[in-house]
Write a protein that binds this ligand. Sequence first.
Ligand code: T46
Length: 144
Amino acid sequence: MDYKIIDIKSTHYDDPKAGGLSFFEAERDVPFPIRRMYWIYDAEKGTHRGFHAHTLNWQLLFCPHGSIDLILDDGKSRETVTLDDPAKGLVLTPGLWREMIWNETGSILCVAASEYYDPEEYIRDYDEFIAYRKKKDSMENEKK
Ligand code: T46
């Protein structure tokens, strides 16, 4: 499936009580220019969000606090990635259906996106997503 888990660079003070600091730089650590950041907070355990795919957006998702499951679907299979470490990032290419599940109340999901917000580049209907994926996959197979 077309996603990648990356290590986000992180530093810690000698005193572990002083916490950590994680960082990334667009086009150096993240394989796309970043045009937008957003974050989801105040969600309760068991919250389900998402249920859509993007046709243009590349994204880096990370969870600086808590634990969130990302269910990813490429139209053929489903895989679950758990984000539960501020130093772990998930790079998503366009064309993946996603559902997010909050494993802990107050978990924060941060997203760096390659595109400005455009509701037209979302697919929010699952049947439409499957039709889109079939077309995309057959066009990519023809190119090979
Ligand atoms: C994604 C997952 C991980 C805006 O007005 N501007 C924005 O940049 C965004 C991201 C959202 N919105 C509005 C659109 C909706 O009225 O915020 C509202 C909630 O968005 P949505 O229902 O799409 O939220 P999620 O949590 O289902 O999905 C979000 C992102 O939209 C999406 O890009 O991949 O987080």
